[in-house]
Design a protein around this ligand. Structure first.
Ligand SMILES: NC(=O)c1ccc[n+]([C@@H]2O[C@H](COP(=O)([O-])OP(=O)(O)OC[C@H]3O[C@@H](n4cnc5c(N)ncnc54)[C@H](O)[C@@H]3O)[C@@H](O)[C@H]2O)c1
Length: 330
């Protein structure tokens, strides 16, 4: 039987999940959608309010893609109604609230999956399996470059929780995923260099974060909200037996050499282009886990740990000192 899904929030990411489920996942059906902006909604599916969607007995599972500050309320309501949840990152901006939500989820026994889609990217999965097979040896260092082509809108920035919680949180999760290790210390430097909406929102746009893992190994993550050449997504893992890296995906791999130099294509422009397949694969994994009663591949705890690193990074930047993760425990 098809899993009956309701989607809350049909903006940039909600539309991706809607299209993937309706067009590519025959095991599920979108039976209802909710968005405070009715212009955003597709015409050939039932519309309702978010709370009514969650309460509706025709809905088995809810995909939450509304702004970050709505996630915890909706997840908790889903838990109380016994509805499984796929929730976009982050779960909330407050660690205390995330813990409260996870407690309610645990008591309800629903399945909750967090939208760390990069774990489902074929390139990063390959690096992870090289690490697991021991091909890299003991991992000593991870380097992640993660730069957006342009900042989001002012309205988005104002409810996003800032660069660390909104954007770098994917990289914090990736560092944990690739190494399989837990972070103990965070040191962050940051600046606002692009002006525009980021400056108006009082946010930062350029950061370097150093994570130290439990065994002394490290990850270095650099982020920018504005890379003029497109979406820059690179990762390197270095260890006692070797090194593996993932470069940017491009629309094609040609290089044109001529008397003035050489030219090739720019990286795929943004997340909807670069991570297209990962969004489909993560949703397939969620739907399979719910239908077959399997363990969820990205748990609520993963969301909490990445959010803790984001809080530590913000505090480190503000105080200009390294922060132990134990200091930001809820
Ligand atoms: N995993 C990823 O790669 C990824 C990418 C982008 C965004 N996100 C996350 O997804 C969430 C949404 O981001 P977006 O870029 O799609 O934002 P968006 O602004 O494009 O879309 C949000 C949608 O939610 C609707 N909405 C607003 N308040 C609502 C409410 N109370 N109830 C129901 N709907 C409401 C808006 O009308 C809008 O259509 C954010 O939490 C963001 O962090 C994740």
């Amino acid at each position: 039987m098809q899993l009956k899904i309701g989607i809350i929030g049909l903006g940039r990411i909600g539309k991706i999940h809607y299209n993937n489920i309706t067009q590519q996942i025959p095991e599920a059906e979108v039976v209802m959608v909710a968005d405070v902006c009715h212009d955003a909604l597709p015409t050939h599916v039932r519309h309702t309010e978010a709370d009514k969607l969650i309460d509706d007995p025709r809905v088995d599972a809810v995909v939450i893609c509304s702004p970050t500050d709505t996630h915890a309320d909706y997840v908790e309501r889903c838990a109380r109604m016994g509805k499984h949840v796929f929730c976009e990152k982050p779960l909330d901006l407050s660690l205390t609230r995330i813990e409260q939500t996870l407690t309610i989820v645990k008591q309800s026994r629903i399945k909750l999956m967090l939208g760390f889609n990069r774990r489902f990217d074929a390139n990063f999965m390959k690096l992870r399996s090289l690490v697991c097979e021991g091909k890299i040896g003991t991992v000593h260092m991870v380097k992640i470059t993660s730069r957006d082509p342009a900042p989001p809108s002012l309205a988005y920035l104002q409810s996003s929780g800032g660069l660390f919680m909104d954007m770098a949180i994917h990289d914090f999760d990736m560092a944990r995923y690739i190494t399989g290790k837990e972070v103990v210390q965070v040191y962050a430097a940051a600046a606002t260099l692009t002006g525009g909406a980021v400056a108006t929102a009082g946010d930062i746009d350029t950061t370097v974060v150093t994570l130290t893992f439990e065994d002394g190994s490290m990850a270095v993550i650099d982020n920018s909200r504005q890379a003029v050449y497109g979406y820059d997504q690179r990762l390197e893992v270095f260890g006692s037996e070797g090194m593996a890296l993932v470069d940017n995906n491009k629309p094609d791999n040609h290089v044109y050499y001529h008397s003035g130099g050489a030219q090739s294509s720019l990286p795929l422009h943004f997340f909807m282009d670069r991570y297209t397949t990962s969004y489909l694969t993560e949703m397939q994994a969620f739907i399979k886990a719910v239908r077959d009663d399997l363990e969820i591949p990205v748990r609520g705890d993963d969301g909490l740990k990445a959010a803790m690193i984001a809080v530590a990074a913000q505090r480190s930047f503000e105080q200009n000192v390294p922060i132990m993760l134990s200091e930001v425990a809820t």
